[in-house]
Design a protein around this ligand. Structure first.
Ligand code: GLC
Length: 444
């Protein structure tokens, strides 16, 4: 069993009632009484600079962006605090700081899976008055929902993410395929043939490590086979122990067992996926939109953007409903900051159209403002953005819950055991049915 982090979702000693949990798990709005703030102090460390935390940036755009802000900023400067790239490690660091009274970070670049959990603990500044519904409507609804708890909003959407299928259009064409695969069996067949014909090491690579990205991949296999983790009609109900979910995980396991993906994907995160696919070592890869911007750069000169195609993730046999995991990052403000106005100014600046456009062009990150998907310059130079927009229409949230981090640890463990061949898909979904139910019940 994975060791569970105590008091993960909610400030120590305080719990949401089951009724509250149900409401949170539902629309992500209304219901639970906001739990008190977890301490005092924190924020800005008295240096006069605003501290902005975000994971190390593989696209290399962050320092430039912060410099740009500082050059035009009149009253204050922003200092960038580099956090772990792995979302789980970053989350743990933040939680430790919050539990110790707030820490000195003012603005947090935060994964979409965190705000509900942090807000339920009282750790985030409620920005509802500064960011009314009339302004929220300028952003995509999915990221807005990830920031909404109890009908209040706790941040601003920054960029969004959806799982995509990358393919080597050049290699597929040489092997006689003019279209990307529509189903997982087609991916297996096309990938194996093309890899063999063209002398490429692997047909497919994806993220199977025991970490958050492994949860995204595992959920995608489950969803593309018609399964679910929680019941969409009643998110307090765990429904993972189904033939559909088991079939999804069986496809994930079979892909490794049949040598479509190397056994090493059991330790692959995004960081290992980039050099495999962009280093000419795989025909297909599952990854987020950012990988497109790395093609043909000095780090990855072997595969150029023109050689790459991007498509929706394949479906299980007989399935019709496309699906990919909704990812992305939001800007949050520490409830304990002593620079709330400056923090808000920075959040507004970095999520503004101009900055989002700049980053979409540089780093192929999907904007959270729908108007930018119509921008001709973006559409012409970064085709993955238009394809990403399609994928977003079918993107699904991981469970929305103040206990999500605990649920994630359980899924990380079981999904990784499936990829490694250490458990059967049936045992994995049965075990998750029990452990996830226990987590839901713990909120009762
Ligand atoms: C990406 C997604 C994020 C997800 C993470 C998993 O950063 O945007 O939502 O949790 O990948 O590795």
């Amino acid at each position: 069993m994975t060791e569970r982090n105590e008091g993960s979702g909610v400030a120590a000693g305080r719990k949401l009632s089951r009724r509250d949990f149900l409401k949170v798990g539902g629309a992500g709005i209304a219901g639970a009484a906001l739990l008190g703030s977890a301490g005092c102090g924190g924020g800005s460390s008295g240096s006069g600079d605003l501290i902005f935390a975000m994971g190390a940036d593989t696209t290399g755009t962050m320092p430039t962006l912060i410099d740009k802000f500082n050059k035009q900023s009149k009253g204050f400067k922003v200092t960038y605090r580099e956090m772990p790239t792995d979302t789980g490690a970053y989350f743990d660091k933040l939680r430790t700081q919050f539990q110790a009274g707030g820490g000195d970070i003012d603005v947090i670049g935060a994964d979409v899976i965190w705000p509900v959990q942090f807000a339920a603990s009282g750790w985030l500044l409620d920005v509802t008055d500064r960011f009314p519904k009339s302004k929220q409507s300028e952003f995509l609804p999915g990221p807005i929902q990830s920031l909404t708890f109890e009908d209040k909003i706790y941040g601003v959407p920054w960029y969004t993410d959806a799982g995509l299928l990358y393919y080597r259009a050049d290699l597929l064409e040489k092997s006689g395929f003019s279209e990307p695969p529509k189903t997982w069996p087609e991916l297996e067949e096309m990938g194996l043939k093309t890899a063999q014909d063209q002398g490429i090491d692997n047909a497919f690579v994806f993220q199977g490590d025991q970490y958050e990205g492994g949860v995204c991949n595992g959920c995608e296999y489950i969803w593309t086979h018609g399964g679910n983790v929680l019941d969409p009609a009643d998110p307090s109900k765990v429904v993972i122990d189904s033939p559909e979910a088991a079939a999804g995980l069986a496809t994930e396991q079979g892909i490794v067992e049949d040598g479509v993906a190397p056994q090493a994907v059991a330790t692959y995160t995004e960081t290992e996926t980039d050099p495999a696919f962009l280093g000419n070592k795989a025909v297909f890869a599952r990854n987020w939109p950012y990988m497109y911007s790395l093609a043909g750069t000095t780090d990855y000169p072997d595969v150029k953007p023109e050689q790459i195609g991007v498509a929706p993730l394949p479906l299980g046999e007989g399935q019709t409903q496309l699906a990919s995991a909704l990812g992305g990052w939001n800007m949050l403000i520490n409830a304990q900051t002593d620079m709330p106005d400056e923090a808000w100014e920075f959040v507004q600046w970095i999520t503004a159209e101009e900055q989002q456009k700049w980053r979409a062009l540089k780093a192929s990150l999907l904007p959270t403002r729908p108007t930018l998907y119509e921008d001709q310059e973006i559409r012409d130079t970064i085709p993955v953005i238009a394809l990403g927009e399609e994928a977003l229409k079918n993107a699904r949230s991981r469970p929305v819950s103040p206990y999500y981090s605990d649920m994630s640890l359980e899924m990380q463990e079981q999904f990784n055991a499936v990829v490694s061949g250490d458990t059967t898909p049936e045992d994995a979904v049965a075990s998750l049915q029990t452990s996830l139910e226990q987590i839901v019940e713990a909120g009762a």
